[in-house]
Design a binder for this molecule. Sequence first.
Ligand SMILES: [Zn+2]
Length: 255
Amino acid sequence: MLSVTPIPALSDNYIWLLRQDTSPEACVVDPGEAAPVIHVLEREGLTLGSVLITHHHPDHVGGLAELIQRYSPKVIGPHNPQIDGIDERVGDGDTCRVMGRRFDVLEVPGHTLDHIAFFTPGIPPLLFCGDTLFSGGCGRLFEGTPEQMYHSLRELAALPDDTLVFAAHEYTLANLTFAQAADPNNPDVTAALDETRRARDLDRPTLPSNLGREKNINPFLRCAVPDVRATAAQHGSTDSDQATFATLRAWKDSF
Ligand SMILES: [Zn+2]
């Protein structure tokens, strides 16, 4: 059985650790630093068989060189020559096998242009989406356009509702504070915010979320909802769902 646990890293990153109870070979997603990964692998008697990379930002690849030197894992990541150490470069529609499971690759540009996500079907399905979709929010647009990010999020939202969402940052509290401003009459946002405050007071991760929940609380997946559009209209264009998305994203940048 595959289990997934967070390794907290840097200020608010999660490096997701995948392991099977039948094998000592683990996998990590987006190792922004090596030390906390090595610490957990040694403590648990594991070795590193594979690494998944979603995009080139240093807080996602910073630990890669040291982990390669120590464990020689198979590294799977995007078609971006800026990232050293990738053995298998993958893009839209590709599949790869990790931990005995099939992972489908989706290209999700917006936060960066090289951003990919990994989806593995199962009960439940799992999604590793880096800095594209967060609980209650989405990544900033450092390289891509609002149009690209809107389509990337639509693609992720089309996956099954029970898909667990393993995002790379603990941003939920700040995201839901914005969600409450953008979607003020949504009781699911209020409930999620209360739950998130309680979890964070106890220093517990708020992830993974799941897609069904995100469709109810994440304003960036709710651009077609009249209440969200009405609030966004006070901050910019809402001529289309995509325009509403762009307005929400720009508003959140200065929120
Ligand atoms: Zn990033």
